[in-house]
Structures are given as structure tokens and as C-alpha cells.
Design a protein around this ligand. Structure first.
Ligand SMILES: [Fe+2]
Length: 206
């Protein structure tokens, strides 16, 4: 596949470990372990109009999720004086799972709830309704359901900014975008997450 990066669940463990709430972290890991098989191969753009060039190729959704997660860490840090530890956990989980059912033959993102209900049962899906609601509204004015809470809006913003990184960085070929990708290393995610944890601890100790 000439230089295209391919991810597995192992590549998302750094992100999942950033989720501060233990129960939401475990729930998110379980969702990842049971994700649709095509999640790691499906491109991020079905229309071909949006998303950086490398995200339009095979494996593009996984690349997009890692970038959107980094944007979400920055947004969470911005709001870390008002967001609770649980809300930040909901945001990080929702951004990791927002495109999990993007594959062919599904009505993304409305497919996420029925997919997991069928795969893991209703109790699993109903455990964190705020995560499911944020996933279903993440497409904002381009989707069927608009965000109407701060959490839902933040998931939409993180997704939208991440899908337009090529408009911020030079429109590029795969090599250029892979250079950008290198800057989104696990160390970088850990660094952002560390700053966020400091913010959470500050809020929770106030
Ligand atoms: Fe997305």
C-alpha cells in the first residue's frame, strides 16, 4: 500500500488511556474491541469533497480519528475550568467512536446505536446516552440531528476542524500529510492529555 499507514486497536490504546473516568475508559475500550471490521480500512470521506488527501484513502477514517482526538484534547483543555471529569471522558469517548460505523451499507452516524445494541446488547448502549447523543449529532448542520448541548457541539467542532486540516495546512499529497501525521505522535497526545489532567485536577480540587 506504498506508505499508507494502517492502524489496529493497539494504535488507539494511547488515546483510550487518556479518558480519565475508569468506567467510561473501559466502556470505550470494549466498543473499540467490538467495532465493525471495516473501521480500520474505510476512507474518511464518502463524497471525496472533505478531509485531507490521505484520509480519503483506505484507512483514512482511522487517521482522521487520531487527528480529531487531538483537536478534542485542545478543546477540552480550553473548557477545563467548567467541564467535569465525567464530561471530559464523555467527549473523548464520543470523538473516538463518532465515525466507528462509517463503513459501506450503513447510515452513519445513526448506525452506531443499533450496531452496538445488536453486538453488545441494549444495556451497553444505554449506559452512556450522552456519548450516543453526541455521536448522532456530530455532523452538525450537515447531519439529521443538530447538536444542542455544549458536549454535542464540542464533538461536532472537533470533527469539523479535523476534517478541514488540509485547509489550514497546505493542500497536499500523501507525503505532506504523513509529515503532519508524524507531529501527532503518541508522545504528543500524552503531552496534551497531561496538560488536560492538570486542568481536571484543578477543577476537581476547587
Ligand atoms: Fe469524523
Amino acid at each position: 500500500m506504498c506508505g499508507i499507514m494502517k492502524y489496529t486497536i493497539e494504535d488507539f490504546k494511547t488515546e483510550i488511556e487518556c479518558i480519565p473516568d475508569e468506567d467510561i475508559r473501559a466502556w470505550t475500550l470494549k466498543a473499540f474491541e467490538n467495532c465493525p471490521e471495516d473501521f480500520y480500512v474505510v476512507p474518511a470521506s464518502s463524497s471525496g469533497k472533505y478531509h485531507p488527501a490521505d484520509e480519503k484513502l483506505e484507512g483514512g477514517t482511522a487517521i482522521h480519528i487520531k487527528r480529531a482526538f487531538k483537536v478534542m484534547l485542545v478543546l477540552c483543555d480550553s473548557e477545563s475550568d467548567i467541564l467535569t471529569r465525567e464530561e471530559i471522558s464523555i467527549l473523548l469517548s464520543a470523538i473516538l467512536l463518532h465515525d466507528i460505523c462509517r463503513g459501506a451499507g450503513r447510515t452513519h452516524p445513526e448506525a452506531v446505536r443499533p450496531y452496538y445494541a445488536q453486538k453488545l446488547g441494549d444495556a451497553f448502549v444505554e449506559q452512556y446516552p450522552d456519548i450516543m447523543d453526541a455521536i448522532e449529532t456530530h455532523m452538525g448542520r450537515w447531519g439529521r440531528h443538530r447538536p444542542d448541548t455544549l458536549l454535542q457541539a464540542l464533538v461536532h467542532y472537533a470533527d469539523n476542524v479535523a476534517s478541514k486540516l488540509h485547509q489550514i495546512y497546505p493542500e497536499g499529497n500523501v507525503e505532506v500529510m504523513n509529515e503532519v501525521m508524524k507531529s501527532i505522535s503518541n508522545a504528543n497526545v500524552k503531552d496534551l492529555s497531561g496538560k488536560l489532567q492538570t486542568g481536571i485536577n484543578y477543577v476537581n480540587n476547587k
